[in-house]
Structures are given as structure tokens and as C-alpha cells.
Write a protein that binds this ligand. Structure first.
Ligand code: ADP
Length: 398
């Protein structure tokens, strides 16, 4: 039996999943796992289809190995483990941050495509080089192995120009400083479930999807295509997140430079690592921890998260010209009854109402609105790895 390897490589972590061929609708991954702490204390965990841990080990690299060297070692450890399990790979699918303006769909990676993807590194310097590193290593080790790139940005290329352009000098826009949007594989997956969960008419209507995990974003869809999204040039714009600010007055950043002597690196930490739920609560970036806490700061962090999410929905409703359905997904969207409930309360003026009992049901795609709600509300678990596997099999006719 042949299999697919799906890779989501970051700077310090590498997540993977293995799917057997032929890939069926919603087939679970037969193996999955993660290599964490690359560059410090590298841990490799692999699990089987039932979540049973098959391997838990530390990857040791010689003293003084560069980050790049350690990333390489992480991938070769994974490939060695794949071989040891007698998994025969037919292809590899990669999550790649940036497809720029050019790629509005997944693509088979050729040397020409790789050149384009390298040219997008300035658009995503924290992710793109790390996403591409496994591509080179795999191409060297298995020169005939087909590889596919699925972009976080691709789904949003249907946005009209008003959703894409910042009010900045045209010259900078032309350089590529536009609102790309991210979490594309998740939205792509959810868009394909909408008709089943919401019915044909509502599924093709004005739907806002809230993907809320550690990173959080929303997309407004009409006829299952993106018309606007909350993330922009980078994944810092839009919603308040685990450790990211989301929308913020750029004047705050200038203030930090003027009054606190912040450098570009300090600002990056402030925007991406120290803010959001963690910054406001002073306790944790983890929604579960905050919901379990009694401190005023934790409660305020959760409330601000919900309030800003509801405000973002109001803004997206202009782009979708209404709201037929609201869909929750991602770790928080799929699991937090409180967050769903509070956002629904803040949107009560739209006629949206959720059912307390249905809101408690977990683990499957289902509607949670009351019978008399004017807006349908659904929870749909996302599956980005399956989506990448699907595109890989489709493009390669596997
Ligand atoms: P990532 O964006 O890293 O993929 P996830 O989608 O896994 O993250 O989401 C992680 C977030 O989901 C964390 O804030 C976590 O606390 C939250 N979460 C997971 N389960 C629950 C739960 N039962 N109740 C509330 N929040 C939850």
C-alpha cells in the first residue's frame, strides 16, 4: 500500500501526518506526530491512528549545529522513522505559507515553481524559508518523489481589490504589500462542508467562518468563495489571538519605539509573542487555562477576545452583505462553549440565537442555532492535513 506524507514545517517545529491511498472522504491519518523544540531540545513524537504513542524520543545534534542543520536533522529523523515503519511514500504534500499573488490554488513543485516560492520569502520571512527547507531535502533524497505545495494564502485570492488593498502609496502596494490572508487550507476544507452542514441555499449564501485557535482569523464567504478575510499582509492583523495583538493602531507601535526604545525585533516580539490573550491576562495564551481561572485579568482577556471577534464579524458582514450563517472552527471555535455563546450574545441584534443544549455537543459537524434563529450557526471541525492530502492526490491523480 502506498501512502502520502503531509508536512507542516515551521522554524522550531515540524508537524506531520501520513494518509493511506486511495484517500477517501474524511479518511483519518494513519500516523501523525510532531517534532518540537528544534534549535533547543528537540523532541520527536509519533502516534498511530488511535492516538497511541509509537515513538517519543529526543533528537540529539552535535554541539554547535546551526538551526538549519537541526531542521535538516529533524526531517531526516522523520524520514528514517517513515522508512522503519515500512511506509511506502507515493508523494509529499507541504503546507506553504505564501503563494503570493500568483498562486490561487495548490501546485506541483517544479524547479520553476520553487523559484517563485523562494521569491516570496520577503513576504513571510518567519515561515516561508522553513516551509521550503523540507522540499529541498526531500528532492535530494528522493529525486523522483512528487511534491505538492498548498498555500495558506491561496483561498483568499478571490477577494475583490477593496478587500486586498491597503490605503498606502501605490508603489508599496505594487511591491506586493497587500492583504493576502492566511489559514487557507482550513477555509478550503470548511467551504467544502458547508452545503452538507447548512444546506445548499444557506451554504452558498453569506457565511462567515471563524477559525479560532492559537492563531485566529475569519473569512467572509459568498458562494463558498472568499470575499474578505481578517488577516492581511501578515498573520498579525485582525482578531486578538493567543499571543498576537490582531488589529492595533500603528501609533501604538510608534509610541513603543519613541518611549520604550523598541527595535524592529522588540516590536516583532510585542506584536507576535507578548500580546493577545497572554498579554491581557498576564497568565496564559491558552483559552482552557483562562476559562478555568477566576482572576479579573483572565476574565477580561476572554471577554476582549469575544468582543473583538464579534466586532470583526460586524465588519465582514459589510463584505458579505449580510449573514446567513456563522461557522466556528479551530481549537477554540470547536471546543469553547463559552466563546461561542458570548459571541452569539453580542450578535443577538442580527436575530442569531444558539441553542444551549446543541452548543454542548462535541466532536462532529453540526448546527447549534435555535429553530427560530434568523442566522444558522454551525461548529465544523477543520482538517487541514486532509485538505492538503486531497489536493496532493488530485493534482497527481493518485
Ligand atoms: P493552533 O492554532 O496552534 O493549531 P489549535 O487550533 O489547536 O491551535 O487551538 C488551540 C486553542 O484551543 C488553545 O487556546 C486551547 O486552549 C483552545 N482549546 C482547546 N480545547 C479547548 C476547550 N475544551 N475549551 C476551550 N478552549 C479550548
Amino acid at each position: 500500500m502506498k501512502s502520502l506524507l503531509i508536512i507542516n514545517a515551521g522554524s522550531s517545529s515540524l508537524k506531520f501526518a501520513v494518509f493511506n491511498l486511495p484517500l477517501t472522504k474524511d479518511a483519518p491519518s494513519v500516523y501523525r506526530g510532531q517534532i518540537d523544540g528544534i534549535g533547543a531540545n528537540t523532541q520527536f513524537v509519533a502516534k498511530d491512528i488511535d492516538g497511541k504513542v509509537l515513538l517519543e524520543t529526543t533528537i540529539k545534534s552535535p554541539e554547535g549545529t546551526s538551526l538549519e542543520g537541526q531542521q535538516q536533522l529533524a526531517l531526516t529523523s522523520l524520514l528514517d522513522w517513515v522508512e522503519s515503519q515500512k511506509i511506502e511514500l507515493a508523494a509529499v504534500g507541504h503546507r506553504v505559507l505564501h503563494g503570493g499573488k500568483k498562486y490561487s490554488a495548490p501546485v506541483v513543485i517544479t524547479p520553476e515553481v520553487l523559484k517563485d516560492l523562494e521569491a516570496f520569502i520577503p513576504l513571510g520571512p518567519l515561515h516561508q524559508p522553513h516551509n521550503l527547507r523540507p522540499v529541498y531535502i526531500l528532492a535530494k533524497k528522493y529525486p523522483n518523489m512528487p511534491q505538492v505545495a498548498c498555500f495558506d494564502t491561496a483561498f483568499h485570492r478571490t477577494q475583490p481589490w477593496q478587500s486586498e488593498v491597503y490605503p498606502i502609496p501605490r508603489k508599496i502596494t505594487e511591491e506586493g504589500v497587500i492583504r493576502y490572508g492566511f489559514h487557507g487550507s482550513s477555509y478550503d476544507y470548511i467551504a467544502r462542508q458547508l452545503e452538507d452542514v447548512l444546506g445548499k441555499q444557506v451554504g452558498n449564501g453569506a457565511v462567515i467562518v471563524a477559525h479560532m485557535g492559537n492563531g485566529a482569523s475569519m473569512a467572509g464567504l459568498v458562494e463558498k468563495k472568499c470575499v474578505a478575510t481578517s488577516m492581511g499582509f501578515t498573520a498579525a492583523e485582525g482578531l486578538m489571538m493567543g499571543t498576537r495583538t490582531g488589529n492595533i493602531d500603528p501609533g501604538v507601535l510608534l509610541y513603543m519605539v519613541d518611549q520604550h526604545g523598541y527595535s524592529a525585533a522588540d516590536l516583532s516580539r510585542f506584536i507576535y509573542k507578548e500580546s493577545g490573550l497572554l498579554g491581557v491576562s498576564g497568565l496564559s495564551q491558552d483559552m482552557r487555562t483562562l476559562e478555568a481561572s477566576d482572576t479579573k485579568e483572565a476574565k477580561e482577556a476572554v471577554e476582549l477576545f469575544c468582543y473583538r471577534a464579534a466586532r470583526q464579524i460586524g465588519s465582514l458582514m459589510v463584505a458579505t452583505a449580510g449573514l446567513d450563517a456563522l461557522v466556528f472552527t479551530g481549537g477554540i471555535g470547536e471546543n469553547s462553549q463559552h466563546v461561542r455563546n458570548r459571541i452569539a450574545e453580542l450578535l443577538a441584534w442580527t436575530g442569531l440565537k444558539i441553542d444551549g443544549e446543541l452548543n454542548k455537543v462535541r466532536g462532529k459537524a453540526h448546527c447549534i442555532n435555535t429553530a427560530d434563529s434568523k442566522v444558522k450557526v454551525a461548529v465544523i471541525p477543520t482538517n487541514e492535513e486532509w485538505m492538503i492530502a486531497f489536493h496532493t492526490t488530485s493534482l497527481l491523480a493518485l
